[in-house]
Every structure is written in C-alpha cells, then in structure tokens.
Design a binder for this molecule. Structure first.
Ligand SMILES: [Zn+2]
Length: 53
C-alpha cells in the first residue's frame, strides 16, 4: 500500500502520499489531487455550458 517515490528536490525515497518532502520540505504536487481538480473543472464547464444554453 505504501508507495514510495523520489523527491525531485533531494532525490530521497519518500512516501507517495506525502504532500511535503519530510527531508527537504519540498512541496510535492499530488497527481491524484490534480486529476480530481481537472474533473471538477470539466464538470464546472459542463454546468456553465448548460446554464448558458
Ligand atoms: Zn526532498
């Protein structure tokens, strides 16, 4: 379950669920979060489109 990934700043193996690198404090953008935001934006645009029709 605990996925590991490499920090782009200090190249250390860190927990994939971490928002911030515990070693150097680098702010890690979470892929799952960005995908969720993209889906939310698409939904918002769809609603806006329907409202304007
Ligand atoms: Zn780091």
């Amino acid at each position: 379950m605990a996925d590991k990934r490499e920090c782009p700043s200090c190249a250390m193996e860190i927990d994939a669920d971490s928002d911030v690198c515990p070693i150097c404090g680098y702010d890690l953008p979470r892929q799952r979060t960005s995908v969720k935001w993209a889906a939310l934006l698409m939904l918002l645009l769809a609603i806006l489109y329907l409202v304007l029709m």
